[in-house]
Design a protein around this ligand. Structure first.
Ligand SMILES: C[S@@+](CC[C@H](N)C(=O)[O-])C[C@H]1O[C@@H](n2cnc3c(N)ncnc32)[C@H](O)[C@@H]1O
Ligand SMILES: *[C@@H]1O[C@H](CO)[C@@H](O)[C@H](O)[C@H]1NC(C)=O
Ligand SMILES: *[C@@H]1O[C@H](CO)[C@@H](O)[C@H](O)[C@H]1NC(C)=O
Ligand SMILES: *[C@@H]1O[C@H](CO)[C@@H](O)[C@H](O)[C@H]1NC(C)=O
Length: 248
């Protein structure tokens, strides 16, 4: 008697509660995934995009060389631009020394240094062991080298500076090469354009610091500030971790 009364009752309670919980179950299963996944890929891919139109690595290099080898421009870079830009770079490097991100004794590399104005600035502020790389050499300040395959051994430099991240066709390689050639505790400073588009020779567009934080996965972000650096508006600094240092 008792059993026949309670069984339908329990069954009815179960069915009602199941019915009531369906909307919550549905919300829980579908809504968080649909919101989180696009947000995650948003930060990595949408804030760093590779420009279309480079059919091969060869055409990318040719396009870079077309400007860098231009004799008329090279004349301007080494004369009129020389005295205009070096003091500006020197000021940036003095500020980095004040923040202890750079020392006179640092072994320093400038990536995509063209005729080496930033290398000359480093030497003038006392960082005497400085050199640059570019597709086109300009000795003695700049040696020939592709930043996608730096011509240096692992853990060579204490400090690396570059204002040409936007010229990287393979940003992952650009950063991996910096992290390879930096010593542990070594510092990388980038000047990038976030709020405006860089020039027509750029190979990528960056819209926030977040993609850099994800690419520099052997380093910690140590400093971000706004600068006025020849069309580049943001200075970002990373310090390379020791091998056993954890991610936080
Ligand atoms: C906008 S210029 C910057 C020159 C210099 N840093 C300055 O501020 O005066 C970009 C430079 O990056 C160099 N470059 C482009 N792609 C490169 C690559 N894959 N490896 C090395 N240098 C590269 C170009 O040759 C050019 O000299
Ligand atoms: C580079 O310039 C040369 C001559 O000015 C031109 O023929 C060539 O198509 C250019 N290459 C690229 C990749 O822009
Ligand atoms: C670094 O070098 C500059 C320029 O030669 C010099 O004025 C400065 O005193 C040096 N700083 C240190 C801490 O040795
Ligand atoms: C760090 O990034 C490199 C390439 O950018 C990738 O190959 C590597 O797996 C990443 N490491 C970690 C721990 O995420």
């Amino acid at each position: 008697m008792k059993l026949t009364l309670t069984k339908p009752f329990i069954l009815r309670c179960f069915l009602i509660s199941l019915f009531l919980s369906l909307p919550f179950l549905f919300l829980h299963l579908f809504s968080p995934q649909q919101q989180q996944q696009p947000q995650h890929s948003h930060s990595t891919t949408k804030d760093l995009t590779i420009r279309p139109g480079y059919t091969s690595y060869e055409t990318y290099i040719q396009r870079q060389l077309n400007k860098t080898l231009n004799p008329r421009l090279r004349k301007i870079w080494t004369t009129r631009d020389w005295n205009r830009k070096i003091p500006v770079f020197a000021r940036f490097f003095e500020d980095l020394k004040d923040k202890s991100l750079l020392q006179n004794t640092s072994k320093a590399l400038c990536i995509g240094a063209r005729v080496g104005q930033e290398v000359e600035a480093l030497r003038r502020v006392g960082v005497v062991d400085s050199v640059g790389i570019d597709l086109v050499p300009y000795p003695p300040l700049v040696v020939k080298g592709d930043f996608h395959h730096q011509p240096f051994g692992d853990e060579t430099f204490d400090f690396e500076f570059s204002n040409v991240f936007d010229h990287a066709l393979y940003p992952q390689r650009f950063v991996a090469e910096i992290e390879r050639t930096l010593k542990p505790d070594g510092v990388c400073v980038l000047h990038v354009a976030l709020s405006r588009r860089a020039d027509k020779y750029s190979a990528n567009d960056l819209y926030s610091v977040q993609p850099l934080v994800e690419l520099f996965n052997k380093s910690v972000l140590v400093h971000v500030r706004t600068v006025d650096g020849f069309g580049l508006d943001t200075e970002v600094a990373f310090r390379k971790k020791h091998k056993l240092q954890t991610s936080r």
